[in-house]
Structures are given as structure tokens and as C-alpha cells.
Design a protein around this ligand. Structure first.
Ligand code: ZN
Length: 93
């Protein structure tokens, strides 16, 4: 079963490092590039992407090698209104 993961990879705040990060993602995976959003234009030098993977290791491997060690890789999920209602009922909130 595939899970959703959010990948969060930052880089130093100078235009050469922005170019390097973008080039590494583009060279490594056009699929990842198509999923990625970058905050460079507003001086937040972070790339975010939500991807599908079977486990934490596979999710991390979807990043270029230079980004794997420092990136946050977090399994995430969405909740439906019904699930939230069930959770609220369980916790009586
Ligand atoms: Zn940047």
C-alpha cells in the first residue's frame, strides 16, 4: 500500500544555491520536479513536494542524493469530515 509523504528540503539562501537545488531536482527526477513547489521567490529557500511511496526509505530515495540526509520526510494523511467527526466523538470534543 502506498502512503503519502511530504518532502521538505531546504537550501542556502543565495541564487547560486537555488539554481543548484533546482538543477539537481530536474536532473534526478522530472516526476519530482512536477510535484515540487519552491519558496525561493519570497526568500523562503525550501522545496516541498507530496509524493506516494511504500515506506520511509523509498520516500527518501525519491530525493536527489545530495538532499536525502537533511530533508524532512514525513508520512502524512488527509482526513474526511466523517473521520474527524468519529475522532471528535471518541475524544468527546
Ligand atoms: Zn532558493
Amino acid at each position: 500500500m502506498a502512503y503519502s509523504y511530504i518532502l521538505v528540503a531546504s537550501h542556502d539562501s543565495n541564487s547560486k544555491e537555488c539554481a543548484r537545488a533546482l538543477a539537481e531536482v530536474a536532473a534526478y527526477s522530472l516526476h519530482l520536479l512536477s510535484r515540487a513547489h519552491f519558496g525561493c521567490d519570497v526568500d523562503v529557500h525550501v522545496g516541498w513536494a507530496i509524493i506516494e511511496a511504500d515506506n520511509d526509505t523509498q520516500a527518501r530515495l525519491s530525493l536527489p542524493p545530495s538532499m536525502r540526509e537533511k530533508a524532512q520526510v514525513v508520512r502524512v494523511k488527509r482526513y474526511s469530515p466523517d473521520e474527524i467527526a468519529h475522532i471528535r466523538s471518541f475524544h468527546k470534543i
